[in-house]
Design a protein around this ligand. Structure first.
Ligand code: SAH
Length: 237
């Protein structure tokens, strides 16, 4: 049986390896989770797969683990990005958590004309992504990029298919084509501006996507579009 505790650590993992713990990990394992010497912990680092380790040394601000056998080999997530306009704090947290569970490789907050909240604490969101990966059994923690304005990002966009989820298409039937990589773009609660929509419609890489007959909240739209991408192009096939 796999250990109940699961941690992402940016450290080499192979059999017999000693892994030192930082203050935050030591606090989590020993103060919060009450782990003791010998307690099993599953480890992953985004490169070497998942390993069974046991607590070797405990301390208030430090400690170490000893790596045992490998539980799973590394698998890379599908090459899928999520672009979304930051929402209020709890809704943004929800989007990050669900994006990780849905197997996104990279998360890019984008600032659009109607974006509600421009202040984004990237380090906090990155920590949130890491916790979500630990909890859902992912072998990879997606990077959360610093927020960038949408229009210049589109100006420099390469040939990656961009699933433009357009609320004006609600109720139409559009079946986006299969592709090996992609990005999903979700607008803010206020929707896209006319200028943004016009710009997106001129882009050959943009794939118009309709998400059913109803207008979804942005965070619902993100989960729905990522599900559709995983079914059409990703690791749900
Ligand atoms: N205020 C807008 C709705 C914005 S919903 C209006 O009333 O028209 C927030 C985002 O979710 C949209 O920008 C879009 O990216 C996505 N979205 C919501 N419902 C959708 C649908 N049915 N089809 C495609 N995208 C949708």
């Amino acid at each position: 049986m796999s250990p109940k505790l699961r941690l992402f650590l940016d450290h080499a993992l192979h059999e017999g390896q000693a892994v030192p713990l930082g203050e935050a990990e030591a606090n989590y394992l020993f103060a919060v989770m009450r782990a003791q010497k010998g307690t099993p912990v599953a480890l992953f680092n985004g490169r070497d797969g998942e390993w069974e380790a046991v607590v070797d040394e405990t301390g208030r601000r430090s400690g170490s683990l000893r790596v045992g056998t490998r539980l799973r080999v590394q698998a890379q997530p599908p090459d899928l990005w999520l672009l979304f306009a930051p929402l209020k704090k709890t809704r943004t947290d929800f989007v990050i958590e669900k994006a990780v569970e849905m197997g996104v490789a990279r998360i890019l907050p984008v600032l659009t004309g109607h974006t509600n909240s421009e202040r984004v604490n990237v380090a906090r969101l990155q920590a949130h992504a890491r916790e979500a990966a630990e909890q859902c059994g992912a072998l990879h923690v997606p990077e959360v990029a610093a927020p960038v304005p949408l229009m210049p990002l589109l100006d420099g966009w390469d040939d990656r298919p961009l699933w433009f989820c357009d609320e004006h298409l609600a109720g139409t039937r559009i079946h986006p084509p299969q592709a090996a990589r992609g990005a999903v773009l979700i607008g803010p609660e206020g929707g896209f501006t006319d200028a943004e929509r016009a710009r997106l419609r001129t882009m050959p890489q943009a794939v118009p996507v309709a998400l059913g007959p109803r207008i979804l909240r942005a965070e619902t739209a993100a989960v729905a579009a990522l599900t559709l991408w995983q079914i059409t192009c990703g690791d749900w096939r």
